[in-house]
Ligand binder design. Structure first.
Ligand SMILES: [Zn+2]
Ligand SMILES: [Zn+2]
Length: 147
């Protein structure tokens, strides 16, 4: 898979040693088009090599995050979701009641990140943002207290 080569190449080009375990974990991450949790990665790599433990998965994810190759997002499920940077810039509006995720495009956040920079000299890491709220269907069933 071309994507696998890219990720391993990116690590190698930064002087990171490529172990067989690490290569299997990277391949598992790249097989997923969207997000994946550490537990899901662990399940996938276990099918390939049962000697790989969860701690190794977490260490690899930490490394990828330090290298800015993955983003971490709390999708409200209790486990962090990881996505490759190549997943593309988009954001999620997630319903607190039913868990539905509405993907929205970056132009909606543009003015916010621009103003944060202009007013507060703050550079937002808004490559993959999650906003929680309530979807239309759940609002009809049980409206939340007025904000
Ligand atoms: Zn996403
Ligand atoms: Zn809902």
């Amino acid at each position: 898979m071309a994507a696998t080569e890219r990720l391993t190449d990116k690590l190698k080009s930064r002087g990171i040693r490529m172990t067989p375990q690490r290569a299997i974990i990277l391949a598992a991450i790249e097989q997923v088009p969207g997000h994946i949790t550490a537990e899901e990665i662990f399940e996938n790599v276990q099918r390939v090599n049962s000697y790989i433990n969860l701690a190794t998965v977490y260490r690899t994810l930490d490394l990828l995050r330090e290298l800015d190759l993955v983003t971490e997002a709390d999708m409200g499920t209790g486990a962090m979701h990881y996505a490759l940077r190549t997943h593309g810039t988009h954001h999620h509006a997630i319903c607190r009641t039913c868990g539905r995720s509405i993907e929205f495009s970056d132009d909606l956040l543009e003015s916010l990140t621009r103003e944060l920079r202009a007013r507060y000299r703050f550079i937002a890491d808004a490559n993959h943002t999650v906003i929680f709220g309530w979807c239309e269907g759940c609002l009809i069933d049980s409206p939340p207290a007025a904000p």
